[in-house]
Design a binder for this molecule. Structure first.
Ligand code: SF4
Ligand code: SF4
Length: 130
């Protein structure tokens, strides 16, 4: 059975991929360690690397190569299917992490409202693997 990516709820309203309703319009996102090489012990040690600060037209154009056009064209809620990106996550210390850099949570929440850079964002769904 193909792996199903978690639904993404994101409150990072300063990201160029952010859509009203706390949706993410990117085609795919990467969840990484906040500091390279440092194993995450809490959600603040993670980040959405795909964060791209929205600041007018230039950054909007800069993000056009990672837009979930299919999701946008079919509409955010068509057929009960909410627009959501494919998630790649390398945070192995999280209990939802599975081989292949996948996340088996049903949904994840990305936090960091008003973030200026990707280090300000977190995967709030992170839970340390025991
Ligand atoms: S911060 Fe990440 S999850 Fe949130 S809108 Fe931007 S790319 Fe999507
Ligand atoms: S819940 Fe865990 S495995 Fe899923 S994206 Fe967040 S940090 Fe990665």
């Amino acid at each position: 059975m193909p792996h199903k990516s978690p639904r993404v709820v994101c409150e990072v309203n300063t990201c160029t991929h952010w859509l009203p309703g706390d949706l993410c319009g990117a085609a795919n996102i990467d969840i990484l360690y906040e500091e390279e090489g440092r194993m995450a012990e809490k959600d603040a040690h993670t980040k959405c690397k795909t964060f791209y600060k929205r600041s007018g037209l230039t950054s909007y154009l800069g993000s056009l190569d990672n837009v979930n056009w299919g999701g946008l064209i079919s509409g955010p809620f068509k057929g009960g299917q909410q627009i959501t990106p494919a998630v790649v996550c390398i945070v192995e210390s999280c209990k939802y992490w599975v081989n292949g850099n996948l996340c088996e949570a049903n949904a994840i929440k990305v936090t960091g409202r008003s973030a200026d850079e990707c280090q300000d964002t977190n995967c709030a769904t992170f839970e340390i693997r025991q």
